[in-house]
Design a protein around this ligand. Structure first.
Ligand SMILES: NC(=O)CC[C@H](N)C(=O)O
Length: 198
């Protein structure tokens, strides 16, 4: 059973639809008792980092997320909030992964980075099974996580930034797998398979 975190910055419908297409069992919830019972978490996100963190704090979801040992897949803003802070609203984030989100330099190219782009895998990981450097994924973001020891894959737009990150039970993807067609569905299925085999 997957728990999709329900908070004001979650693009819940598109993530739910993607799981429906994979016939996955899930709940959409912000209730900590309900979330404690699921096998894994999908932490989606569209919106402003500072506002999203305020909403998570208002529901004690920030502390719960930071301390859960369940597998967590963070998507877009969900991935960004794994880090220590973001230049977006100059806000503190969950602090699970070291680093600070930076804004793209809009003097160099149009911001946000919006559209289909490839990615370059840096380290092997089950979440990337069957996904190769030739594949395109869908991105919409104005902030990026610089490369670090936790970077599994990178993407090149103005900067070479972290497209997929992993620390312990936390996996983050900057792109939107729920909007990335078959390749995106494969990544979500890889996550489900990791959960089912754990
Ligand atoms: N789609 C989004 O909400 C992106 C997350 C964040 N606001 C960014 O611009 O990077």
């Amino acid at each position: 059973m997957i728990g999709i975190i329900k908070y004001q910055a979650g693009n819940l419908a598109s993530v739910s639809n993607a799981l429906d297409r994979l016939h996955a069992d899930y709940i959409v919830s912000d209730n900590l008792e309900e979330l404690e019972k699921v096998d894994a978490i999908i932490f989606p996100g569209v919106g402003h980092a500072a506002a999203a963190m305020d909403d998570l704090r208002s529901k004690d979801l920030d502390v719960w997320l930071k301390n859960t040992k369940k597998p967590v897949l963070g998507i877009c803003l969900g991935m960004q909030l794994f880090y220590e802070s973001s230049e977006e609203g100059d806000c503190k984030a969950l602090g699970i992964i070291p680093g600070r989100l930076k804004r793209f330099d809009s003097s160099k190219a149009k911001v946000p980075h919006m559209g289909w782009n490839k990615f370059e895998s840096v380290k092997k990981h089950p979440i990337l099974r069957g996904i190769e450097n030739k594949h395109f994924l869908y991105y919409v973001h104005g902030y990026y996580a610089p490369q670090s020891e936790h970077t599994l894959a990178t993407c090149d737009y103005i900067e070479k930034f972290t497209a997929v990150t992993n620390k312990d039970n936390f996996i983050g993807v900057q792109f939107h797998p729920e909007k990335s067609g078959q390749v995106g569905s494969l990544l979500l299925q890889n996550f489900l398979d990791m959960v089912n085999s754990s």
